[in-house]
Design a binder for this molecule. Structure first.
Ligand code: HAM
Length: 484
């Protein structure tokens, strides 16, 4: 107890820009994780989990010294050995480091990897912008073919469409590093001759990286951007041909896209194809849509006529990074990938009232009366789990009433009851929760009897040991571990 004179200690609170993901939110996260795993398995991507902390130079050399991410937003510090380390602001650099470090070049190419987890950027917190946020990303290393670009864009686009989210695919080509250099010079000359019309912050940005002016929010800069040189006019022939092929693939796939010559992305490692997925935002005041009964599987990704693509809060983005592996000390290796922000994706699902498919709850509740019965019921619980039933319990409760209340709340179909009498007789009681009828069975008959009854309800058990209990819903356990 603190002495009266001592000031009470402040309760520690969340840091600004960080958030807890509480149990109520978890169904959305589970849904996203399941969707990501399903897409990964369909397209044969293998999961990779990388450290959250890396040598800071990895990001400086890949994302770029003069980008906002490295210059302003990276969490960098010296560790106890004096090494300069950084919390990962993005996933591609780590994947490339791992590709080189583990000699993945010697595996059959392309190497297709995916990841999901937290990333850190000391950004100004606002709606859809956090200092710790989650991304999932897909990377294909060791293949230069334009079909890879189209396939990755198709994956990103259809993930949103399958969830019932209308989005806009914005596409551009950044050309070869030489073409990019020429373009940056042209952009620099253009803005330099109009320097007096630039706001101070953008005049400074012009020195460091003229590309950053293209996504300036300042109206004066935006007005100048309208007339600024476009990268398409600086593309080298090979990049041009590559881009034409990518677009042909997209046309063949009937995937709508917007050619956006101003899309340059905020990371330096891109060459050739670059793309972003933008949400559609209405100019009109928001009216909550009443499509709450829609299942995500049935929902259609149709945009409202008043909605327009919005560059703010892009849902995801990616592109080719054909020079990054070499840049970081590996052999020349073409690569392409994309990442999607999970908080922003979930916000879209919520904004559009898209109800997500939920995991099945428990079918059986185990209730007990008395200490001896409690011991027995713990064993019965284990037997039911091993037989593949979804089981719930509330072992610490004493009376039957609170346990039955819990069973009703969970909407189980049957409750197995074990009391003093059942213990003595080696029997159990099965209560049908709908009719309220209770019948006694030999303990050995419990499993076949429950199987028979549940199959009448069309419920199938999992076959065997990894069967889920209720307090740990399907998938959550493993996925949670992957995330942490
Ligand atoms: P990025 O565009 O920097 O790309 O980030 C991808 C997505 O992460 C964004 O579109 C957004 O949804 C989400 N995101 C970024 N910052 C925040 C934030 N502060 N708060 C919430 N969400 C955020 C990359 O990170 C590249 N590594 C993508 C890539 C993969 N390129 C090739 N492969």
């Amino acid at each position: 107890m603190p002495k009266k004179s001592e000031k009470p200690k402040k309760t520690p609170q969340l840091l600004r820009g960080f958030k807890d993901i509480l149990p109520d939110e978890q169904p959305y996260w589970d849904y996203v994780r399941r969707s990501v795993d399903a897409v990964a398995s369909t397209f044969s991507f293998q999961r990779i989990d990388l450290p959250y902390l890396e040598d800071a130079s990895l990001f400086i050399r890949s994302v770029g010294k003069e980008t906002d991410i490295v210059e302003k937003e990276m969490y960098v510090f010296e560790d106890k050995s004096g090494e300069t380390v950084a919390l990962r602001p993005e996933g591609t650099a780590g994947v490339v480091r791992a590709y080189i470090e583990h000699g993945m070049l010697n595996r059959p190419q392309p190497v297709k990897l995916y990841y999901i987890g937290p990333f850190f950027r000391y950004d100004r917190p606002q709606a859809g912008r956090y200092r710790q946020f989650y991304q999932f990303g897909f990377e294909v290393l060791g293949d230069a073919h334009p079909v890879i670009d189209a396939q990755l864009m198709m994956m990103a686009y259809t993930m949103f469409a399958d969830m019932g989210l209308p989005v806009s695919l914005q596409v551009n080509s950044l050309g070869s590093p030489e073409a990019r250099k020429d373009y940056i010079k042209a952009l620099h000359d253009y803005f330099k001759s109009r320097k007096n019309s630039l706001p101070e912050e953008d005049a400074l940005r012009l020195q460091a990286n003229p590309l950053r002016l293209l996504d300036s929010k300042h109206p004066d800069t935006q007005a100048l951007v309208q007339e600024a040189p476009q990268i398409v006019d600086y593309l080298d022939e090979e990049s041009n041909q590559h881009f034409v092929k990518v677009l042909e693939h997209l046309d063949e796939l009937d995937i709508p896209y917007v050619l956006n010559p101003r899309l340059v992305r905020g990371l330096d490692y891109y060459s050739r194809t670059a793309f972003e997925i933008w949400p559609l935002v209405s100019d009109l005041p928001e009216v909550p849509a009443d499509n709450s009964s829609a299942d995500a599987g049935e929902a259609t990704a149709v945009a409202d006529a008043t909605e327009k693509p919005s560059a703010q809060s892009a849902l995801g983005g990616g592109g080719r990074y054909d020079y990054l592996v070499e840049e970081l000390g590996g052999q020349p290796t073409s690569a392409m990938g994309f990442a999607i922000g999970i908080e922003r994706l979930i916000n879209e699902l919520k904004k559009r009232n898209i109800s997500i498919p939920t995991l099945p709850g428990p079918d059986i509740f185990v209730a007990q009366l008395g200490d001896e019965a409690r011991k027995k019921s713990l064993k019965v619980f284990g037997q039911l789990r091993s037989a593949g039933f979804r089981v719930a319990e509330s072992f610490s409760k004493n009376g039957l009433k609170p346990q039955m209340e819990q069973a009703h709340k969970l909407a189980v179909k049957f409750t197995v009851i074990i009391g003093q009498k059942e213990l003595m007789d080696h029997t159990i009681l099965i209560r049908d929760m709908e009719s309220g009828i209770q019948e006694t069975f030999d303990a050995e008959k419990m499993i076949p009897e429950l199987q028979k009854r549940l199959s009448k309800h069309g419920v199938k058990q999992n076959n065997g040991s990894a069967s889920p209990a209720v307090s740990v819903p399907e998938q959550t356990d493993a996925d949670q571990q992957k995330l942490l």
